[in-house]
Design a protein around this ligand. Sequence first.
Ligand SMILES: *[C@@H]1O[C@H](CO)[C@@H](O)[C@H](O)[C@H]1NC(C)=O
Ligand SMILES: *[C@@H]1O[C@H](CO)[C@@H](O)[C@H](O)[C@H]1NC(C)=O
Ligand SMILES: *[C@@H]1O[C@H](CO)[C@@H](O)[C@H](O)[C@H]1NC(C)=O
Ligand SMILES: *[C@@H]1O[C@H](CO)[C@@H](O)[C@H](O)[C@H]1NC(C)=O
Ligand SMILES: *[C@@H]1O[C@H](CO)[C@@H](O)[C@H](O)[C@H]1NC(C)=O
Ligand SMILES: *[C@@H]1O[C@H](CO)[C@@H](O)[C@H](O)[C@H]1NC(C)=O
Ligand SMILES: *[C@@H]1O[C@H](CO)[C@@H](O)[C@H](O)[C@H]1NC(C)=O
Ligand SMILES: *[C@@H]1O[C@H](CO)[C@@H](O)[C@H](O)[C@H]1NC(C)=O
Length: 410
Amino acid sequence: MLSQLFVALSLVAFTAASPVVIRNSPVTLPLARRFNTNSGHTIAEIDQSRAKALKAAVSPAAGNGSGVNPVPVTSSTVIYTAEVLIGSPPQTFNLIVDTGSSNTWVGANPSNPYVPTASSVNTTDIILIEYGSGLFAGLEYNDTVALGDLSITNQTIGVAQFALGSFSSEGVDGILGIGPADLTQSTTASGDEIPTITDNAWALGLLEEYEVGISFEPSTNSSDANGQLTFGGVDNSKFNGSITYVPITSTAPASGYVGIEQSVTYGSSNVPILEFTSGIVDTGTTMLVIASDAFATYQNLTGAVLDNTTGLLKITPAQYDNLESLFFNIGGETFELTKNAQIWPRSLNSAIGGDADSIYLIVSNLGTPSGEGLDFINGYGFLQRFYAVYDTVNSRVGFATTPFTFAETN
Ligand SMILES: *[C@@H]1O[C@H](CO)[C@@H](O)[C@H](O)[C@H]1NC(C)=O
Ligand SMILES: *[C@@H]1O[C@H](CO)[C@@H](O)[C@H](O)[C@H]1NC(C)=O
Ligand SMILES: *[C@@H]1O[C@H](CO)[C@@H](O)[C@H](O)[C@H]1NC(C)=O
Ligand SMILES: *[C@@H]1O[C@H](CO)[C@@H](O)[C@H](O)[C@H]1NC(C)=O
Ligand SMILES: *[C@@H]1O[C@H](CO)[C@@H](O)[C@H](O)[C@H]1NC(C)=O
Ligand SMILES: *[C@@H]1O[C@H](CO)[C@@H](O)[C@H](O)[C@H]1NC(C)=O
Ligand SMILES: *[C@@H]1O[C@H](CO)[C@@H](O)[C@H](O)[C@H]1NC(C)=O
Ligand SMILES: *[C@@H]1O[C@H](CO)[C@@H](O)[C@H](O)[C@H]1NC(C)=O
């Protein structure tokens, strides 16, 4: 018995010492939530301009993500940043986590410039990304990038020499783009596709699965660090039940992003809001954004009025009592967004310019009609109630319910 155990142990030791690639367990990376309220635009306008830029960046005529510029998150109201260490010795950067773009770059914050170290390699390639109302230009470096327990050598990152635009949130150094690598094509002078952090971590054998798990939680407070990325797997403690997977949609422009297909109905009588159509999952959008026709139907059903100050729909307490769930049909599974999940946290009303006692809805207007290939954005308002997985290798996206799906938080 004992000798058998000994043989088993020495086998383990032998295996561990042999030069095989040992893939790590999934690596979790905590995200800090930042609340950005000094952009000078309403929360609805900000989401709408990002939506417009995302739609324009991948033109339906191209049929795929080639030859386009990605759209970094700039002044989104709710942003999540990851602490990323670059170089040796490592320098710390706080980067916005963005599934809607795929370049990783630093240098947005003049008080924390990138300083080349022993591990920096100047690739001499020039990067230029234009977005909404600004641009960033700089040089591509290869460097060692560490996220949590992951250390990725030869990660190509952009180092901004100048960045114009509204990186108005203090302490934000740039973007961690974790969308499809196709989005990086033609962002540099060489035109080469640049592997993302996930791509390189996988290529280096550091990940068990070629995927990223995304977890956010509802919060009624502006400084709650309650987001998490999991590289190389999913975090079973963040969701319950099973994960429903759907393929990345083939309809452009949603197909260029973490794009899916879904339909949305309202209430127990299942009034159609949005017919089965394509759109995207996006960590850089604050609200749940739907096409203008769907939005009009939703406004009608809820009786909400558009509030000038916040740009959001506003309802009375009586209308809140009557508010019903939205039902998302994704991959044949129904995901219920409760009425509590459809309202902006009241304790944060003043932060978006609203009245402390009003009830604002997080369902927002895309500003363009459905049928244009990107008819919804499941932003943070959706993601704080459902776990999401971007399964890169299988080109699919998964969703699961969480302990917060039905929580009364707002
Ligand atoms: C995108 O489409 C163009 C033209 O149709 C094609 O040449 C290119 O290979 C496609 N790229 C991808 C990544 O599918
Ligand atoms: C990187 O290479 C480019 C092109 O050769 C050069 O202009 C630039 O000065 C280099 N940067 C540094 C920091 O050496
Ligand atoms: C930079 O890293 C990429 C892999 O991410 C590699 O293909 C490329 O050759 C590297 N460039 C230099 C100059 O080392
Ligand atoms: C980066 O990639 C280049 C080209 O493949 C290679 O020559 C170099 O050794 C790599 N550097 C590291 C640190 O892995
Ligand atoms: C916000 O949430 C964090 C974490 O839950 C907590 O530590 C902090 O006290 C809260 N702040 C306010 C103002 O409620
Ligand atoms: C809104 O409701 C009114 C009255 O029921 C109806 O006439 C109108 O067509 C509805 N509009 C939409 C966009 O559903
Ligand atoms: C909302 O804004 C528009 C244009 O600025 C203005 O004409 C309208 O009177 C405002 N409505 C309310 C209810 O304040
Ligand atoms: C998920 O977790 C919540 C709270 O922990 C629980 O109420 C719910 O029943 C769970 N759902 C499933 C499908 O396990």
